[in-house]
Design a protein around this ligand. Structure first.
Ligand code: APR
Length: 240
């Protein structure tokens, strides 16, 4: 265990699996029943916007249902942030690839949604984004243009550039501990974050149900709801 002062955490779909949200690449994952090209690319949206809206509307409805709530892994990361953020010379950034809002519901604040947010829509004309809790359709009127048809889910599709990359890169280059939780490491640039952090001297740790075969300094296998709270407790016992 290291006595870390500057921590970057990267989360993926695995952290929300025990909250009831499907991962992407499991045998029963989202990409088993949907083609990425159809629902997660600008070309897919141009070809069939109704189908793409339906895909995200279904996921938004699930996220807003009573059954979905943060699990102990989300809560532990919020506790970690709030425990160290006011300590001298300590820094914390949580980078999530997830488009759900479970981290913020658990209390995380130093949070970047690098793949966008399901509860937001974006105007393709102005680039402005707006909160969204209902279904998005071709008839939804844009709040800036005042006409329908200009809106898309505010998510990052394949072929698009993830959000806040300069803030993330700076934090990775400066951190002394990098923790990846519940991500298969299949999608760049997130899949390369641990290498960048390590090149700059960070200790790198993976917490995952399975070993992803990436060469982290430390691997901790198990369900996020168990291994993340336990790891956070160990970290906090070392914080000064
Ligand atoms: N606890 C910990 N890890 C888990 C759990 C769990 N309960 N359940 C699953 N996992 C792990 C799996 O072992 C796998 O390594 O979570 C990972 C999920 O991997 P993916 O489904 O590939 O999800 P993710 O890595 O977040 O995908 C990255 O791909 O399609 C895109 O934009 C999408 O942001 C997503 C990106």
């Amino acid at each position: 265990m290291v006595a870390a002062r500057r921590i970057v955490v990267l989360t993926g779909a695995g952290i929300s699996a025990e909250s009831g949200i499907q991962t992407f690449r499991a045998s029963d994952g989202l990409w088993e029943n949907h083609r990425i090209e159809d629902v997660a690319t600008p070309e897919g949206f141009a070809a069939n916007p109704i189908a793409v809206h339906q895909f995200y509307n279904d996921r938004r409805r699930l996220l807003l249902s009573d059954t979905i709530r943060p699990n102990p892994a989300h809560t532990a990361l919020a506790r970690l942030e709030h425990s160290i953020v006011d300590l001298p010379e300590h820094e914390f950034l949580l980078v999530t690839q997830n488009i759900d809002n479970l981290h913020e519901r658990a209390g995380s604040r130093a949070l970047v949604h690098m793949h966008g947010e399901l509860l937001k829509m974006r105007c393709e004309q102005s680039g402005l984004s707006f909160d969204l809790r209902e279904d998005l359709t071709l008839d939804t009127c844009c709040r800036c243009c005042r006409v329908p048809g200009n809106l898309r889910p505010d998510v990052v599709w394949f072929g698009e550039i993830p959000l806040a990359m300069s803030r993330i890169t700076k934090a990775l280059e400066n951190c002394d501990l990098f923790i990846a939780i519940g991500t298969s490491g299949s999608v760049y640039p997130a899949a390369g974050f641990f290498e960048l952090a390590r090149e700059h001297g960070a200790h790198t740790v993976e917490l995952n149900l399975d070993n992803t075969n990436a060469t982290f300094d430390e691997h901790i296998c198990g369900p996020a709801s168990e291994v993340v709270p336990a790891y956070v407790e160990r970290l906090l016992s070392c914080a000064s």
